[in-house]
Design a binder for this molecule. Structure first.
Ligand SMILES: Cc1ncc(COP(=O)(O)O)c(C=O)c1O
Length: 499
């Protein structure tokens, strides 16, 4: 295990030193008021440049990343991100652009955002867009705030207090609706893993503002009855919000606008590539139908008289949801990705995502339970509930996968599946990789029955063995002090051994 850099510290070692001063030295007190000056030097690590380089290089090698191996984290679309995008995002003109620059000197950046917006509108088949939201959940909140503004404008907000959300939705959906001040009502899925339309009909009424539907849903299943759902929702006077974060199953094949959706958010950092492990940064643009156009955030980027401008003139807008334009460098990556693939390439994304998921499922069906035996789209859910009788839980399988060199899938989600494994291979993996992953999961299922202890005590081959997640969260210990030298962090205390 790599020690902390503080543990490598030896007094007097330096990685870098300043040359001797060639100007007269002034006492610090002249520059900084006495009360702000340290009385003791900070406890910074003292290491040589080589040790510094080795330390961080080793740490980086302990990381797991999509550029190292398969990352089937369901619902996250951890696909390969073409290096071309990085090169384009690093172009000097993009990298050094400043949002306070006058519009005239930002024409290229504004054009890129305008054109990206146009492409997204075309992809989802809706007439309005805002690129501002910084993540999928932020896009949802923006969408729900627009829905709120829509009903406020019509004088119906007092009455329409509810947002309906299926139990297969992403957890951010109810959170977004609640933050926007709505009461969340859960709609049950049917035995096929789709929204139960009878249940939906029972809940729809003049107190409902919207249905938030993830499509394909978090079971990876396409909501086939979407046109019926759309009719029921609109007949009741409510609006239809679609969580479009799973768009890599649909892009180029169907358009949310054609399904009658009023608002959809897109996770650029999933569908249109961006390295997004570790939580960001991302971008969650929203696209809207005619009904919600007046409420889109400002400023809006418009093309007028041969130049790109920022338009603030929208009296019903919900206002800004992000400083400046949003996460610009993510727009550059998405733009490069869409332009690189073109219409045909994007269609291929969906085909390959669905093909890969179905191929992997065909290898694992029968070894693990498939709680909703439907043909999935870009991801699928298995359950390891049948292995509980050997004392093995899904968490043990996830940890054992690390020993086989794979990142684990999403586990215990969606919540409606006991002992769930949500597997999303993505469109960028080869058949050999899918086979190797399937072989590992099949071998683990055998181990579960023959030597369950190997799973319960996994992982065995990682630098740090199994952590106590609960302690790590409750007694978070990320600060170093001299007293911490040699002490065991809380997260390691319970049942972890370091290899
Ligand atoms: C279906 C779905 N909706 C919403 C989100 C939330 O997106 P973000 O994590 O960018 O907030 C995700 C995230 O992966 C998702 O998969």
């Amino acid at each position: 295990m790599e020690p902390l850099i503080f543990e490598k510290s030896r007094s007097g070692r330096r990685a870098f030193s300043f040359p001797p001063l060639d100007v007269p030295e002034r006492p610090l007190e002249e520059l900084i008021p006495q009360q702000y000056l340290r009385t003791e030097p900070p406890e910074l690590p003292e290491v040589s440049e080589l040790e510094l380089v080795r330390h961080y290089t080793r740490l980086s090698q302990l990381n797991y990343a999509i550029d190292i191996g398969f990352y089937p984290l369901g619902s996250c679309t951890m696909k390969y991100n073409p290096k071309l995008n990085e090169a384009v995002a690093a172009l000097e003109g993009f990298q050094h652009a400043h949002p306070w620059q006058p519009e005239d000197t930002l024409q290229g950046a504004l054009r890129l955002m305008y054109e990206l917006g146009e492409m997204l509108k075309c992809i989802v088949g809706l007439p309005g867009v805002s690129l501002q939201p910084a993540a999928g959940a932020h896009g949802e909140l923006t969408g729900v705030l627009m829905i709120r503004a829509y009903f406020q404008h019509r004088g119906e907000l007092q009455r329409r207090r509810k947002v309906l959300i299926p139990d297969s939705a992403h957890g951010t959906n109810p959170a977004s609706a609640a933050i926007a001040g709505f009461e969340v009502v859960t709609i049950r899925s049917n035995e096929h893993g789709r929204i139960d339309c009878r249940e939906l009909e029972r809940h729809l009424g003049d107190d409902v503002a919207a249905l938030m539907l993830t499509n394909p849903n978090t079971l990876g299943i396409f909501e086939r009855e979407i046109l019926l759902v759309e009719r029921l929702v609109h007949e009741s006077g409510a609006l239809l919000y679609m969580d479009g974060a799973n768009l890599n199953a649909l892009v180029g094949l169907v358009r949310p606008g054609d399904m009658g959706v009023d608002c959809v958010h897109i996770n650029l950092h999933k569908t249109f590539s961006t390295p997004h492990g570790g939580g960001g940064p991302g971008a969650g643009p929203v696209c809207v139908a005619e009904s919600l156009l007046p409420y889109l955030p400002v400023p809006r980027i418009v093309y007028r008289n041969g130049r790109y401008e920022l338009d603030e003139d929208a009296p019903h807008s919900i206002g800004r949801v992000h400083s400046f334009f949003g996460n610009f460098s993510i727009f550059v990556r998405a733009y490069a990705y869409i332009r690189m693939l073109g219409a045909e390439g994007l269609r291929r994304v969906s085909h390959d995502a669905v093909l890969n998921a179905n191929y992997l499922l065909s290898r694992l069906r029968g070894v693990y339970e498939q709680p909703y035996p439907e043909t999935p789209m870009h991801e699928f859910v298995l359950s390891a509930a049948h292995l509980k009788r050997f004392g093995v839980r899904t968490m043990d399988i996830a940890k054992r996968l690390l020993d086989y060199g794979f990142h684990a899938p999403t586990v215990y989600f969606p919540l409606i599946v006991p002992e769930a494994l949500l597997i999303e291979p993505t469109e960028t993996e080869t058949r050999e990789t899918l086979d190797a992953f399937a072989d590992a999961l099949i071998a683990i299922a055998q181990e579960a029955q023959q030597q369950p202890e190997v799973l319960r005590s996994a992982p065995h081959r990682t630098p740090v063995r199994r952590l106590n997640d609960a302690l790590a969260a409750r007694r978070l210990d990320v600060a170093w002090g001299r007293a911490a030298l040699g002490a065991t962090p809380a997260s390691l205390e319970a049942h972890s051994t370091t290899a």
